[in-house]
Structure formats: C-alpha cells, structure tokens
Design a protein around this ligand. Structure first.
Ligand code: UDP
Ligand code: MG
Length: 313
C-alpha cells in the first residue's frame, strides 16, 4: 500500500485542529491509501500543541513537529517536507480554506505520473480586494523579474512526489520561497483550480506586513534584476544632466547665472532619495549573503513524536 503524508503548518489554530483531522479522515478513508497527518506547530502560543498531543494519544495517525518559536509558514512547510516520509506528501493550511475534498484529485494526478500537483485559487469573492490585487501585481512582477511562469493564485496546497521531496531536502537555502522553487525545479507539474473555503475559525495569521515580507523574499531570492535598476537610472540621469550643460553655458553667456537655490536643493534631494533606495536594494542582497553565510537552520524543532526523527537523534 502506498503511504501519503499530509503536512499542515499551524500557528495558533487550536480550534481548527480537530475539525481538520476529522475532515481528513473522512476524505482519506475513501481513497484506500495509508496516510498520516503531520502538524507542524510553528511556535503557537495558544493551546494548539496541547490539542494535537491529546489527539495523538488516541489517534495513531496524528503526528506533530513543534518549533521552538515562530519560524514562519514557509519554514514550517519545509520541516514537514524534510521529515514527512511516505510515497507522496500533501501540504495544506490548517484553517480548512484549502478544501480537503480536493485531495483525491491531487492523488489521481500523481498516479498519472505528475511529480508536482499544485493548486490555484479561483473565484475569490470571499477574499478582500486588497489582498487579491496585491497578489496579482506581485505575480506579474515576479514573472517579469524571475522569468518563471508563475500564475496568480498559486497556493501552498499541493502534492509532492517522493523524489521532489528528497531533492528539496538537500536545499540549504534561507528565506525559502516554495512557490518559486517548485516552479524552478521542473518535472511534470499539474495545476488544479479550487475555490477557497472560509476560514473555519480564528483570524488570518498573514498580516499585510507578513505578506509584504514574503513578496520581497520571493523577488529577491529569485532575481538579481532589481540590482540593475541603479545602472539603468545612472545612465538615464547622466544623459539628462548632459542635456543640462548647454543650458548652463547659455546662462553664463547671457549673464544671469545667479539664483537657482531652489532648483539646486531639489536636485540634491532627488538624488539623495534615489541613492537611499538603491542602497536599500543592495542592502537586501548583502543581508541575504550575510544570513546565508552563517548557515543557520531555517527552523529549530523543540519536540516531536515522529518516529524517524527520534531515531535520528
Ligand atoms: N501559518 C504558520 N506560521 C505563520 C503564519 C501562518 O504556520 O507564521 C499557518 C497558519 O496557521 C495556516 C497557514 O499557515 O495554517 C496559512 O495562514 P493563514 O490562513 O493565516 O493565511 P491566509 O489564508 O489568510 O493567507
Ligand atoms: Mg487561511
């Protein structure tokens, strides 16, 4: 029998744990696969871990990996993939927004030979316009900068085959942006569209700030093109200032070369601001090199009941 690992990153989702497990049991029982449900507790501060532990005592299919603090959704997914085992793994959100009923479709595509079966969010009436628009802009920018064909609405609800997970396990990249990396990896990929459900309970853990951080991480870990902005702007402004020379010469010749304080300050401020922005962009990349050079792990596991992990220690 083939075994499927179901990976669920959770951060303060205590009231969603039981409904989630029940929904998964219902769906998976019909498929006939062996399976286990692995929660990755991303440093929750509520009763999430206790709820999972209680459940794990009477349900042998429930496992958990608990982080020492909040390391972020992408790192939680990576930990799940690193430790999951099984012939294939499926990751989904712990708030029932990724419909578990879609799992049999993902499995079917996997059986047909696809190594990565990912999902795209469609019909987003429930989502607020701001989130949808910013997400669409982001993917457009990402496509231009990275050259990867990333469609809008790609979700972290996906199936990965064993070999894809094994390859991912060798990655030591900080600031992992899975949606980009998986596109970049190749293999046969298949997209399934879905309509997101409503959050079962609790609030979104992705604030605008976290979204902006993820977007910036995605862009700067897939493209160095923003670094070229300075060269393009430099050339542009050099050309412009050259065009200014004849005007200055004319002013001197015609004898009214005084005044002009306001325009001088304007120019200084403009270029000052421009330099700040460009230094900031360079700074982000230098920071990435710094963080990466320290080779710190992306997450720290505090406790787990995963047998493989216990054996490893
Ligand atoms: N999540 C996490 N760590 C975080 C933020 C979120 O593990 O720092 C989990 C969260 O518990 C949920 C999933 O990632 O299972 C998606 O988060 P959420 O539903 O809050 O995002 P949204 O659906 O609003 O984009
Ligand atoms: Mg959600």
């Amino acid at each position: 029998m083939k075994n499927i690992s179901i990976i669920i990153p959770v951060y303060n989702e205590s009231s969603n744990i039981r409904p989630m497990v029940e929904a998964l049991h219902q769906v998976m029982a019909k498929t006939g696969y062996g399976y286990r449900v692995i929660f990755v507790d991303d440093g929750s501060t509520d009763q999430t871990l206790e709820t999972i532990q209680q459940l794990a005592q009477c349900d042998t299919r429930v496992f958990y990996i608990s982080f020492s603090r909040n390391f972020g959704h992408q790192n939680a997914l990576k930990a799940g993939i690193d430790f999951a085992g099984g012939d294939a793994m499926i990751s989904l959100d712990g708030d029932l927004q990724h419909p578990p009923e879609l799992i049999p479709v993902l499995l079917e595509k996997w059986e047909q030979g696809y190594d990565i079966v990912y999902t795209r969010r469609r019909d987003e009436k429930g989502r607020d316009k701001f989130k949808r628009n910013t997400s669409n802009w982001f993917y457009r920018l990402m496509r231009r900068l990275s050259g990867l064909q990333m469609e809008p609405g790609i979700a972290d609800f996906r199936l990965l085959s064993r070999r894809v997970a094994d390859i991912l396990g060798t990655f030591r990249e900080q600031d992992l942006f899975l949606r980009g990396i998986l596109k970049w990896m190749g293999f046969r990929q298949y997209a399934v569209d879905y309509t997101p459900g409503r959050r079962f309970s609790g609030q979104t853990k992705y604030s605008s700030r976290k979204m902006a951080k993820l977007a910036l991480q995605g862009i700067t870990s897939f493209s160095v093109k923003p670094l070229y902005i300075s060269i393009i702007l430099g050339i542009g402004f050099s050309a412009l200032s050259l065009a200014y020379v004849p005007y200055i010469v004319w002013c001197v010749i015609s004898g009214h070369a005084v005044a002009g304080w306001a325009s001088t300050i304007m120019v200084i401020m403009f270029f000052g601001g421009m330099q700040m922005i460009l230094l900031g962009i360079i700074g982000i990349y230098v920071g990435k090199i710094f963080i990466q050079s320290k080779q710190r792990p992306g997450y720290i596991i505090k406790e787990t009941n995963m047998p493989e992990h216990v054996d490893n220690n």
